[in-house]
Write a protein that binds this ligand. Structure first.
Ligand code: ADP
Ligand code: ASP
Ligand code: MG
Length: 466
């Protein structure tokens, strides 16, 4: 059994869904379970519509919903078997009717809480999966829509719900084993789940990758495939560096660091369930299925390249606490971190000096409360609009002179914090948001101008440049 996850661009319209069906067709002998994201940018559209409704613009909210609905209906009509079309359109229509009711409520309340937000945004996956299942049937392959919510049990931390693995694993195993028995391809949703009392939740933006890995681990899949719009894990985001090369094979540890530190191609938690069960993960391009993709495996073969890829995350905030009391006071850091813990805020990077400590945060939702509590420890300074750059490679720890190469290649750029050695396979540092593109380009040039052909495959863009 394998899990095949298709992201937003891979289900954006009828053409993409036909491509998806033909990709899955070549894997039918491996008993695929298909998990999909919302079509294209539907999640953003639904959330924007809710925002408009909350801000008092119900007409604007409904106009936006109309265009989302019309796209879904048009693509469904292009894909569906004629005899199924009426039912499919009525099912999709009912879903939009219920979203419109929610918009009305949100408009009346004048605000959108996390529970409402999930009730709205979860519809993207519910809708796309219905259309994809219909796409299978019109291609002569049994496709069965499976609502994942009763199986993917989560807590009630709406918009970033944590999966209750103790319950979900068993339910996923039972539910999908039954679904697989009749030979049809189960088509289910990424990103969504539900609480014990049946409220719909989501597990965080970009979470469909994570869902696929959770399903795969629960069912002991042979492989988890993440189908997206790039050839695999690349040496960096090709939107910044078009000549970025594909990494052929990478370890779980390396890919996890990349995902955690901003490589959007994988949700940060994706690899945890797969790693625990040692299930290989493939990242492939749904527009170019003939290209092999990146294999993420437990142990990657040795490579002559010290760095496998560069990730970055914009919008990082640095919090600095300066305090004389820190000097030789044991327990100081533990009390300090307790503040972050209390406010559900995780810290990515830490640097300490004798009298001060700097920490970087990605999630600043509770920043005000954090700052208030930190003021008990000393003077607190906050620097926003920073970016984290992270270079990852298992050879990093064995290669002398790497730090010097990294920082000489960006010598014009101000680096405000550095962390090297904590995990032995990554070197991370902070620059300003404005400098991140130039820094990533310079680092890419430094480390990926010459490629080890066993580890990397150059892209067409790079070949054209060469
Ligand atoms: P999906 O909708 O399929 O989940 P995403 O947009 O979430 O796709 O992720 C794919 C995107 O991730 C790519 O288009 C690319 O711009 C971005 N990306 C960032 N870093 C990397 C990287 N190192 N390798 C590949 N893609 C990356
Ligand atoms: N549709 C969701 C999002 O846009 C989940 C995903 O695409 O992975 O965040
Ligand atoms: Mg994604």
């Amino acid at each position: 059994m394998i899990v095949m996850k298709f992201g937003g661009t891979s289900v954006e319209d009828a053409t993409a869904i036909r491509r998806l069906v033909s990709i899955v067709k070549t894997h039918l002998h491996r008993q695929p379970i298909v998990a999909v994201s919302a079509m294209g940018k539907t999640t953003n559209g639904l959330l924007e519509s809710a925002r408009l409704a909350a801000a008092g613009d119900l007409t604007g909210a409904n106009t936006l919903l109309d265009s989302i609905e019309s796209h879904h209906l048009t693509e469904a009509a292009l894909l569906s078997l004629p005899e199924e079309l009426e039912t499919l359109q009525s099912d999709l229509g009912k879903r939009f009717d219920s979203i419109r009711l929610m918009m009305k409520e949100i408009n009346q309340t004048g605000s959108i809480g996390p529970r409402h937000s999930d009730a709205v945004s979860s519809n993207g996956e519910l809708l796309s999966s219905m259309i994809v299942a219909a796409g299978f049937r019109s291609a002569g392959i049994g496709g069965r829509w499976v609502d994942i919510r009763p199986m993917m049990r989560t807590n009630d931390d709406f918009t970033r719900a944590a999966v209750r693995f103790d319950i979900a694993n068993e339910k996923l195993r039972e539910g999908f084993s039954t679904a697989l028995k009749d030979g049809a391809v189960p088509v289910t949703q990424g990103f969504i789940g539900s609480t014990a009392d049946g409220a719909t939740t989501t597990i965080g933006r970009g979470g469909s990758d994570y869902s696929a890995s959770i399903i795969g681990a629960a069912l002991d899949a042979d492989e988890i495939q993440i189908w997206t719009d790039v050839d695999g894990i690349m040496t960096t985001d090709p939107r910044i560096v078009p000549e970025a090369a594909k990494v052929r094979i990478i370890s779980f540890a390396e890919a996890s660091e990349l995902a955690y530190f901003g490589a959007r191609v994988l949700h940060p938690s994706t690899l945890l369930p797969a790693m625990a069960k040692e299930i290989p993960v493939m990242v492939c391009n749904s527009r170019r299925p003939e290209v092999e993709g990146t294999a993420i495996v437990r142990i990657a073969p040795p490579s002559s390249a010290p760095i496998k890829a560069i990730a970055f995350k914009r919008g990082i905030t640095i919090v600095n606490v300066a305090s004389d009391r820190m000097l030789m006071a044991h327990g100081f850091l533990s009390r300090l971190f307790e503040v972050f813990n209390m406010h559900d805020t995780s810290v990515d990077m830490v640097a300490t000096s004798e009298v001060s400590v700097s920490m970087t945060l990605d999630d600043t939702r509770n920043l005000d409360a954090v700052i208030t509590d930190l003021q008990a420890f000393g003077e607190v300074a906050v620097e926003r609009d920073q970016a984290l750059i992270c270079l990852v490679g298992e050879q990093l720890k064995y290669t002398p002179g790497i730090a010097s190469r990294i920082f000489s290649s960006i010598s014009e750029i101000n680096v405000s914090m550095i962390s090297h050695g904590a995990s032995a396979i990554n070197c991370s540092f902070i620059v300003s948001n404005d400098d991140v593109e130039n820094a990533v380009k310079a680092l890419h040039l430094e480390f990926f101008s010459m490629l080890d052909a066993q580890t990397f495959e150059p892209t067409l863009a790079a070949t054209a440049v060469a």
